[in-house]
Write a protein that binds this ligand. Structure first.
Ligand SMILES: [Mn+2]
Length: 242
């Protein structure tokens, strides 16, 4: 039995399935998905349903998953209303138009009502971080890191969840000496072009979003021995200037 962590799948179902094959993922293993299953890519809802169908796959929320959770009922109402959407809802527009939510919403609207409600109920059970010990080593899995609350005496349960899913943190932003943090959210190439397609190792912290949906690669780490696995992206390479 092994424990794996992966993040920022963003609808890249083919790459995720390829990764499962590569690591020979079985019912005896555990997979922690550290946020952002949805948006930008082509198969967000199918991917989410795949994760939901596996009791040994665990979703830790990212900002994009939070959007779908927040708007699931809105989308169900849109479906009941023959697809008419309130485009004066600026939060909804921000998700759909500026953050790759359109495809996710389209996929969701194509589902039958029971499947819509299954997703809505699944996403109501929110987890924003996970502490676990694997082979005597302590880990903290959290989508974006601790943000402004990066100090050793912090209680994670008291950090606003918006901070846990939205922060942009530095390479070494882990306040704990005895805990290895695993985070996603910021594609590693944004920290420097030399990190293209690679997990970024800070001090006691791994940044594992290797920008699959931006045409780089999908990374996965096995927490038992810290071995890294990579699958190349099938998406076009997008240049991001920051
Ligand atoms: Mn994110």
């Amino acid at each position: 039995m092994a424990v794996y962590a992966i993040s920022d799948l963003h609808g890249c179902k083919d790459e995720f399935d390829e990764m499962l094959k590569k690591i020979s993922f079985s019912e005896y293993d555990e997979m922690y998905i550290i946020g952002d299953v949805c948006d930008r890519g082509n198969h967000s809802i199918a991917l989410l349903q795949e994760i939901m169908a596996h009791p040994n796959m665990h979703l830790i929320f990212g900002n994009h998953d939070e959007w779908l959770a927040d708007f699931a009922q809105t989308l169900i109402d849109v479906k009941k209303n023959d697809g008419v959407m309130d485009l004066f809802n600026m939060d909804l527009v921000r998700w759909l138009h500026y953050n790759g939510g359109y495809k996710t919403a389209d996929e969701f609207l194509d589902l039958d009502y029971p499947d819509c409600y299954d997703i809505k109920l699944y996403l109501e059970n929110r987890e924003y971080y996970k502490k676990l010990t694997v082979k005597g080593k302590n880990f903290l899995l959290v989508h974006a890191g601790l943000g402004a609350y990066c100090r050793p005496d912090v209680r994670i349960s008291e950090i606003p969840t918006s901070e846990l899913v939205w922060s942009h943190i530095g390479v070494n932003d882990n306040p704990f000496d005895d805990v290895v943090m695993i985070v996603g959210h910021m594609p590693t190439f944004l920290y420097g072009f030399w990190y293209e397609n690679r997990i970024l190792h800070g001090k006691n912290i791994l940044h594992i979003d290797c920008g699959c949906v931006f045409g780089r690669s999908l990374a996965c780490v096995r927490l038992d021995d810290m071995q890294e696995f990579y699958v190349p992206s099938t998406y076009p390479y997008i240049t991001v200037r920051s």
